[in-house]
Design a protein around this ligand. Structure first.
Ligand code: NAD
Length: 506
């Protein structure tokens, strides 16, 4: 009689990708991948077994030896093909993304596009990976450095950008000559699998991108596997601080981008329409589930007279299925929705006013979706839970202050330092803000100031662990180490006997 090693489900299980083959996991533990707009289970994501994870990392280590010796030009040619395949398949990828994550199709295409830009940037790897040279450090001596790949790297991803964040990681790592073991979020693994499939089609060799799945056990495996030299993590603080501590304790490089509480400062001299539209789009779009959402509005001085208009405009946005004509989609889980509602309700009890109340909003044709409507919470103080915690839902928290200095002080006292924006027509106020505020990303009249890949995505204080940032030149630094070579090509070495002192060069 045939023995079944894995349960049979009515929906597909997500495969591991090991050595260029998509294989069924022998897992006994599975996570439901749920369409958050309908509540239906669309796939089962395995907790890859210890044997599978070991096979994946050993295969990555073996495959990287030849890949490291593949010319940088040929590695780039694979990425040139990859960016083309991503473009050709962008509609299909966006549909997969919307089904598992919930965001609207237009926003899903934006999610993919911002990752595609990183892939495009890796096509400059020939110059990005250049070392440095100095001729004549001494007579007949030159010193030069190379940036060499580390070997096997790993990426651990969050649920909120199922395309962009995996694409922040493996294209940079592998074009620099590494292999990457990717662990997608167990809530949204299907977009990653499609991206991995296209990477193989583009010519990424077997083993250079392997994908394993799961939660805590997969993370522990990545933190502990001796072959893995560097870990890229994006997600919340609990997981990120744990991974940073465990990974660095094991001697690995860890870059970790964490949670956020981003303030948007509105000066009385701002362009009113632009400022209000920016705040609403940034905080409510994607159901507030963006790490760069301006989830906290700080109105300075007379700008507070615009708050009723802000509320009136925000109240017009409607949640709904991402593949219909909705303004924004559902929350990722019922627990996340309930938590957002709880933070608003607890703050209301402490004196906040819920000017726009999305707590009881439903979408009748999809009663099992994780719905919450746009919310605007005013009269908030810095002591309230809706200010102190990252809500990660479609709620704009509103505070007022007297001066720009007060706003900057408030921002700099908040534990998080991911991003912030000011809305003003004063160059003097903008210059002061950009100089004095302590945040990784700063916008001036920009709703979501995420830097393009020629720069790097950074963070400050509790929003980051590690010291080398994602993508851009720093991304290449993270996935490479420097080897410095000093060479002496003296045409005629003199026999001066052994020199026992450190040489004084000249
Ligand atoms: P999360 O921390 O719950 O999950 C991220 C990853 O960590 C997943 O792969 C998950 O499997 C793993 N994980 C979760 N809990 C774990 C635990 N206890 N131990 C070990 N591993 C664990 O994050 P999320 O909910 O998927 O994503 C939302 C968070 O990510 C928000 O806080 C958001 O601000 C943050 N984020 C930050 C950035 C940034 O660049 N700063 C970008 C996107 C998202």
């Amino acid at each position: 009689m045939m023995r079944r090693t894995a349960p049979i489900f009515s929906v597909a299980t997500v495969k591991n990708l090991i050595d260029g083959k998509f294989t069924e996991s022998k897992a006994t533990k599975f996570y439901d991948v749920i369409n958050p707009a309908t509540g239906s289970v669309i796939a089962k994501c395995p907790q890859s077994t210890p044997e599978e994870m070991r096979a994946a990392v050993e295969n990555s280590a073996a495959a990287q030896v030849a890949w490291r010796n593949t010319s940088v030009g040929n590695r780039v040619r694979v990425m040139l093909k990859y960016q083309q395949l991503i473009r050709e398949n962008s509609k299909q990828i966006a549909e997969i993304l919307t089904e598992e994550q919930g965001k609207t199709l237009g926003d899903a295409e934006g999610d993919l596009f911002r990752g595609l830009e990183v892939v495009e940037h890796t096509c400059s790897m020939g110059t990005l990976i250049m070392g440095e040279t100095v001729e004549n450090v001494s007579a007949h001596m030159d010193t030069y450095s190379y940036r060499q790949p580390l070997g096997v790297t790993a990426g651990i991803c969050p649920f909120n950008f199922p395309a962009m964040i995996p694409l922040w990681m493996f294209p940079v790592a592998i074009t620099a000559g590494n292999a990457m073991l990717l662990k997608p979020s167990e809530k949204v693994p299907l977009t990653s699998m499609k991206l991995a499939e296209l990477a193989l089609q583009a010519g990424v060799p077997a083993g250079i991108v392997n994908v394993i799945h799961g939660g805590h056990d997969a993370v522990n495996f990545i933190c502990d596997a001796p072959e893995i030299r560097a870990i890229s993590f994006v997600g919340g603080n609990a997981a990120g601080e744990y991974i940073h501590a465990r990974g660095t304790k094991n001697g690995k490089r860890v870059q970790a981008n964490l949670g956020a509480k981003n303030h948007g400062v509105i000066m009385p001299d701002a362009d009113k329409d632009h400022a209000l539209n920016s705040l609403i789009g940034s905080s409510i779009g994607a159901c507030g589930q963006r790490c760069m959402a301006l989830s906290t509005a700080v109105f300075v001085g007379d700008a507070k007279k615009w708050i009723p208009e802000l509320a009136e405009r925000a109240s017009k946005l409607r949640p709904g299925p991402g593949n219909k004509n909705s303004d924004f989609g559902p929350m990722i889980t019922k627990e996340a929705r309930d938590r957002a509602i709880r933070l608003i309700t607890e703050s209301e009890k402490l004196g906040a006013k819920v000017l726009v109340d999305g707590r009881n909003v439903t979408v009748p044709e999809h009663p099992n979706g994780n719905w919450i409507g746009a919310s605007v919470v005013t009269d908030v103080t810095t002591e309230m839970p809706c200010y102190k915690e990252e809500i990660f839902g479609p709620a704009l928290v509103v505070l007022t202050v007297d001066t720009l200095d007060d706003a900057i002080n408030m921002i700099n006292k908040n534990p998080y330092g991911n991003g912030t924006s000011i809305f003003t027509s004063s160059g003097i106020a903008a210059r002061k803000f950009q100089h004095d505020v302590d945040a990784g990303q700063v916008g001036i009249n920009v709703p979501i100031p995420v830097p393009l890949p020629y720069f790097s995505f950074t963070g400050s204080r509790a929003s980051i662990r590690g010291d080398i940032n994602f993508y851009g030149k720093q991304g290449v630094q993270f996935y490479t180490q420097v080897k410095t070579i000093s060479s002496n090509w003296n045409p005629k070495f003199k026999n001066t006997g052994a020199t026992v002192n450190m040489p004084i060069l000249g």
